[in-house]
Ligand binder design. Sequence first.
Ligand SMILES: NC(=O)c1ccc[n+]([C@@H]2O[C@H](COP(=O)([O-])OP(=O)(O)OC[C@H]3O[C@@H](n4cnc5c(N)ncnc54)[C@H](O)[C@@H]3O)[C@@H](O)[C@H]2O)c1
Ligand SMILES: [Zn+2]
Length: 363
Amino acid sequence: MNKVRVNLGERTYEIFIGRGTLARLPGFIRSMGFKGPVVCIADSSVLSKTKALIRPAFAKVRNRVHWISVPGTEKSKSLKVYRETVHKISSKTKMHRPLIIALGGGVIGDLAGFVAATYRRGVPYIQIPTTLLAQVDSSIGGKVGVDLPEAKNLIGAFKQPEAVFIDIDFLKTLPVKQLYNGLAEVIKYGIIKSRSFFLFLEGNMEKLLSLNRGVLEKVILECVFIKSKIVEKDEFDDKRLRIVLNFGHTLGHAVEAAAGYTNAYNHGESVAVGMLLAGEIALRLDMLAAEDLGRIGGLIRSAGLPVRIENVSLAKIMSAYMHDKKFTGGTNRFVLPRKIGSVEVVEDIPETLIKSVLRDHAV
Ligand SMILES: NC(=O)c1ccc[n+]([C@@H]2O[C@H](COP(=O)([O-])OP(=O)(O)OC[C@H]3O[C@@H](n4cnc5c(N)ncnc54)[C@H](O)[C@@H]3O)[C@@H](O)[C@H]2O)c1
Ligand SMILES: [Zn+2]
């Protein structure tokens, strides 16, 4: 088992990565000296599919455990589900301060984390991420929140967990589309921070897709390490360092929104296309070599992810992009690759260039 420490002063915590990490949960709660009730906010489908993994660990938790089952769909990241959840917690735990556990993908992690950040002005919580995306991305860094109809993640907080338990056995039941979803973020880390990791992915994609244990552990460890180092330097996202994690997300998000958040383009697929579009913009600005862009496209394709825009109107993508821009203070800011392993923030990319790149990548 591997461990990564996220150094954030008094909010420092550890991320446990490997097989069987869940077995450490009861001991960890004991070591916190926490005697109150535990409330596990869990993805309903994870609860039904991974009983054999969850039961033995929770059976050894000495605290009273209450379960709140929530569907793992984006609709659960809403004020409505938030309200229902806090009401359930207050009626189950009465006046006791609970320890919250988030068991599920990014949806559950964001919702449960936001509950923990706000219920009784903040209570401790633990992340147990069960999708690849949540294991390499959303469970680390303390960004929690819910959506509003006008935009995603509009209500939120920074709330670091007490610990994160990443058990790779959860990925055995994960639908393959969800695996690809997480792989887009995995590839992102290689492009933004580590050429050697990118090369490792090039050489091991098949093993990764078949959930080879050694490769999976190394990949998750590397991603967690890269993200935590960025978070350590910019915990509250106010130093313009966390922004590199948005690589591929500017146009990617526009594609995702234009596709109507349907199965046509899920988050990872949209980010995959978004990374390629950002690479193409960098190429045309003479920032990136054609060879590197070719390798980026090759790795994305080898992970089963798309590199072109299909069946989504370019006008809709542009209008989603303009809508997002409104919510980021009207700035036109892109994270663009200089080379594999290094990116730069560039402002004021001409709209004509964005449109032309979109046109050239549409089928
Ligand atoms: N807080 C952050 O820093 C951050 C970063 C990235 C993404 N996010 C958020 O994460 C969310 C997406 O998370 P996600 O991609 O994990 O999606 P998700 O939580 O919706 O899970 C995807 C699907 O997989 C199912 N599932 C989860 N674990 C499973 C398992 N082990 N076996 C079988 N099925 C399983 C879920 O029920 C769901 O149907 C978005 O809301 C996004 O905004 C947050
Ligand atoms: Zn993402």
